[in-house]
Structures are given as structure tokens and as C-alpha cells.
Write a protein that binds this ligand. Sequence first.
Ligand code: MG
Ligand code: ZN
Length: 217
Amino acid sequence: MTTVTVVEKILSANDRLAEQNRARLDLAGIFGLNIMAAPGAGKTSTILRTIKALTPQITIGVVEGDTAAVTIDADKVIAAGMPAVQINTGGECHLDAVMLSGALTQLPLDQIDLLIVENVGNLICPAAFSLGTHANVLISSVAEGDDKPYKYPNIYRGIDALIINKIDLLPYVEYNLDYFRRGVELLNPGVATFPISCRTGEGVDSWVQWLLGKVGK
Ligand code: MG
Ligand code: ZN
């Protein structure tokens, strides 16, 4: 068997399990969101801002993917009053449908309206593994530089929304927002884009309104 065939088999097994995850979410009436980003882009901060904006309107369950056995992010979500489960990938650099399936058994699905999955910080392979969630969101922060769509095109192609975080840093860094957005437009024309600052709260409202429209509550 060639290497390519093995990879194809792994991906199709993953896709089948992702479909089962999707069915479980649909049955429970849950909208599932997969958040991807590089390490430090502000995934957990965005989740915490989103929880703050939507409490008590909707109940948000969170799955935290990490490569190490640390519960720092999950603890923050629990402290914010929402159910959270930690997945330790044991060094793997992405989440897959098997891991999410295990996490779903540990959450009170009947109480949850929105499931947010925080993927492992990585711009490459999270894009290749479907989890069964309904939408993919990428967070890119101003601090990472304006060339990221040109360097990591695949992850930009498959997303339903893009958050540009840390816009409060724009006056202090070399970052051309037009250049960044032109790169995104080539890969994913018209993708819903939300410039925000988790630090100041600027722009968070627009993001939350988009999300509420998806959750349908
Ligand atoms: Mg995090
Ligand atoms: Zn990986």
C-alpha cells in the first residue's frame, strides 16, 4: 500500500466519524463551531469574550484541545460558568473526529446550545481533519503579521468566518490590513470577517451577532 493510500484511508475513517459527531450534535440541537488558529492568536480569549457576551442567553459547551496535559484553558471556561472538557492530544498537533467523539460523551449535551471546539494551535493540519462541527472559524492576530494568508492558504480556503484579533495593536506593529485582506479575498471571496480586540472588546458585538444567527437562538 502506498503512503498516499494510507493517508486517504485515515482521512475517510475520520470523515465517517465526523458524520456521526454531526448527527449527535444535530440530535441534541447543538450548533458546533471549530476554532482554529496559531498558538497565541487569542482562541481562549475569544471564547471567554463570547461566553461573556452570550451569558445567560445561551449555554456554551467548550472542548479544549491541547498537546499537553494542562487544563489552563478549560479551567478558565469553567470559571466563566460553562461546561468544558480538556482533550490532551498526547503531542498530536491537531484534533480529529475520534477525539471529539470522546469529549462529547463527557458534556451535558442536553443543556448546551452552542459547542465551541478550540483546536490545537496550528495552521496546517487542523484544516485537514473534519470534526463534525457545523462551521470553521480561523483567528488570525495582528501580531502574527499580514502575510499569513499567502503562507498558509489551505486553512483560509475552508473557513466560514475569519476573526482578526488584537486590532488594538495596529498602531504599534508593521501590519498592512489591506494586504492581509486581499490575500484572504483571493482564497475565500466574501468570507465573513470580524476585526476585534479581545483586550478592549472592540468589534466583539459583530462577531457575536453573526454567531447568534448561526445558533438560531
Ligand atoms: Mg487556548
Ligand atoms: Zn497535526
